[in-house]
Design a protein around this ligand. Structure first.
Ligand code: E9O
Length: 594
């Protein structure tokens, strides 16, 4: 697992490698093809960060299945001699290989989490090297999300099939870094916060690099720059008098500053970790943040914009949070994969609450799980489960210190009614709990796994339900949909003493389409359907939140069921409000006042 997110501090340096990289797609489907072992011969340049698919006006690149190569020259700053340095990719979707000159230095499977390589011994400070990153977009039943490559018998063309409803954007959609740390350095920090009365507590655990002889020291600094507590040792508890808690909508962050200090009191390394002090407890049907019932309002989101695909963009990030604030939302779910670390940090600073999800999506339609008749090499299998376990490890490792993250969602819409579902999920739920006992766990349950047929919800703390009565079923009939929704929710209430969050509900809506009859696809229908759901939610005490599907329209695979993507956005893909945005703003702003 990679080290802490790189940062600049008095002891650490950071070089951003974003920009235009040389780019080419592999001409052969074989991953051992030539190009990356030398300078790439190509006249294409691709921006990093961005998915490559929509950048070029070239259907072959858009639809490419297999490896692509990114390449640029990099200079290790001359002042780094004596330091240890790494190349880090925040993500390579879905499989990445890092090459320093001709040498393979890192390999990683999983498209939404960082990986890195120690290049200290390969390049001297002050020298230049050729950095190549190969990226593969193939999805199989050994990756998450799962998928399958099909080859046309007629043309030989390969296509990537997958079972989830968002476009298989690929490439280097997040930043790439070269960073340095001192030889004696902090490798990892885990903080878990608590409070008693007005004393805050940061329980921490620090691991240091091999060969570190210096001692760990801690200072906790408040937002005004005042040191409010100190401590020492690799593990311990820091008490903070007159604590200011991190609250939804009112973030407060302490700087948890960990240092390594040698025997002559010289500071060798420093890492600054923004830390919000807050507690999360699930009690009966309540989701408590700092002991107060929290009701989630907001959306399932996507990393998705025009041209960039899943490319991280600070303008969109800040604007999306502005829109969340405008509409009165207090939270979102990182459907259906971990988002950039920048966004998690930004949520920490904005006081936005996050349900953090793994890329385990598309384990639903026509797929089997261990023990079921459809389990096998060409379907969900033990290797899928192993990839799933690794995805849980990497997500929790990366995001464990974020105050904004209040719950882990380990899957979206798996076949939880399948007879193999328990055998598949029992160890995964246990794994998530063993990695972090300070947050509840959940998964987003799909409509056909009802309160009567679902087999795994007792393994989780919160019931997250995705429901589409009035859209995929009872289409256009909100009176009938209301009865079905009420029955379903009451069924869950009877069965479990747990909070319920509706993590998806919504209707595809063509911006600008209006009907006096309020028919499906119109803006009127989206408003009416959400309104019906809200009326039902308000009648059920166990409801602990509502996340509309989706924040914005987003791109999907081509098919007859989608017109340039999924149109369930409350905002269009370019972030203009549909009528439902105004209706939600009114409801959520009023809920906030209560
Ligand atoms: C996952 C999300 O990524 N949930 C889907 C969303 C959608 O708009 C998709 O974009 O299609 C909904 C799944 C609906 C399943 C319907 C089952 C109905 C059975 C009663």
């Amino acid at each position: 697992l990679p080290m802490l997110k790189p940062q600049r501090s008095l002891s650490r340096d950071l070089v951003n490698l974003d920009g235009l990289w040389k780019f080419s797609v592999a001409t052969s489907p074989n991953s051992t093809a030539q190009p990356w072992t030398g300078p790439l011969v190509t006249d294409l340049e691709c921006p990093v960060p961005a998915s490559y698919n929509d950048i070029f006006v070239d259907r072959a690149i858009h639809d490419h299945v297999g490896w692509v190569y990114y390449q640029r020259d990099v200079i290790v700053p001359k002042g780094w001699s004596g330091e240890q340095y790494f190349v880090r990719a925040e993500s390579a979707t879905h499989e990445g290989q890092i090459y320093v000159n001709d040498r393979l230095v890192a390999h990683h499977v999983g498209g939404y989490t960082p990986f890195e390589a120690d290049v200290t011994d390969l390049v001297t400070a002050g020298q230049q090297f050729r950095l190549t990153i190969a990226v593969n977009n193939i999805l199989t039943f050994e990756t998450l999300p799962p998928g399958k490559v099909l080859t046309s018998a007629l043309t030989g063309k390969r296509t990537q099939k997958y079972y989830h409803d968002f476009y298989n954007y690929a490439g280097l959609a997040r930043s790439v870094w070269l960073y340095s740390v001192p030889k004696q350095h902090i490798q990892d920090i885990t903080v878990v916060t608590d409070y008693k009365g007005n004393t805050g507590m940061i329980n921490y655990n620090i691991t240091v690099a091999k060969g570190t002889t210096g001692k760990v020291q801690i200072a906790v600094i408040d937002e005004s720059g005042k040191t409010v507590a100190e401590g020492s040792g690799a593990t311990g508890t820091i008490n903070i008098p007159s604590v200011k808690l991190w609250q939804p909508g009112a973030a407060y962050l302490y700087n948890f500053r960990a240092s390594i200090v040698d025997s002559s009191k010289k500071t060798l390394d420093t890492y600054n970790l923004a830390t919000g002090i807050r507690t999360i407890v699930v009690k009966n049907t309540q989701f408590l943040i700092n002991g107060k019932p929290f009701y989630f309002t907001g959306f399932g989101k996507h990393e998705d914009t025009n041209v960039r695909g899943k490319g991280h963009d600070q303008a969109y990030m800040v604007h999306d949070f502005q829109l969340l604030n405008w509409i009165g939302a207090n939270s979102f779910r990182t459907s259906h994969y971990p988002y950039t670390e920048e966004m998690m940090e930004y949520a920490d600073r904005r006081g936005i609450v996050v349900i953090d999800e793994t890329p385990a999506v598309g384990l639903n339609f026509g797929l089997g799980t261990p023990g079921s008749v459809t389990f096998g090499p060409d379907l969900i299998n033990n290797k899928t489960q192993a990839a799933h376990a690794q995805a849980i490890r990497e997500l929790i490792h990366r995001d464990k210190n974020h105050a904004s993250v209040v719950m882990w969602s380990i899957a979206n819409e798996p076949a939880s009614d399948d007879k193999g579902a328990r055998a598949y999920f029992e160890p995964l739920a246990a794994l998530a709990r063993s990695l972090d006992s300070s947050r509840p766990i959940t998964f987003a349950n799909v409509g056909f796994a009802t309160y009567l047929t679902d087999k795994i919800s007792d393994l989780f703390d919160v019931l997250c339900l995705n429901r589409y009565y009035g859209w995929y079923t009872e289409t256009g009939d909100l009176a009938e949909a209301e009865v079905v929704l009420t029955t379903e929710l009451q069924g869950w209430v009877k069965k479990f003493d747990k909070p319920i969050v509706m993590t998806e509900y919504g209707a595809d809506t063509v911006s600008g389409l209006h009907t006096v009859l309020g028919l499906p696809w119109s803006e009127e229908y989206q408003v009416a359907m959400l309104g019906m759901y809200h009326k039902v939610f308000d009648s059920i005490k166990a409801m602990a939140g509502e996340h509309v599907w989706n924040f914005a329209d987003f791109q999907t695979t081509i098919g007859t069921g989608r017109v340039d993507g999924n149109k369930k956005g409350v905002f269009t893909r370019d972030r203009r409000p549909k009528a439902a945005a105004h209706a939600l703003k009114e409801r959520w702003t009023n809920l906030k006042k209560k």
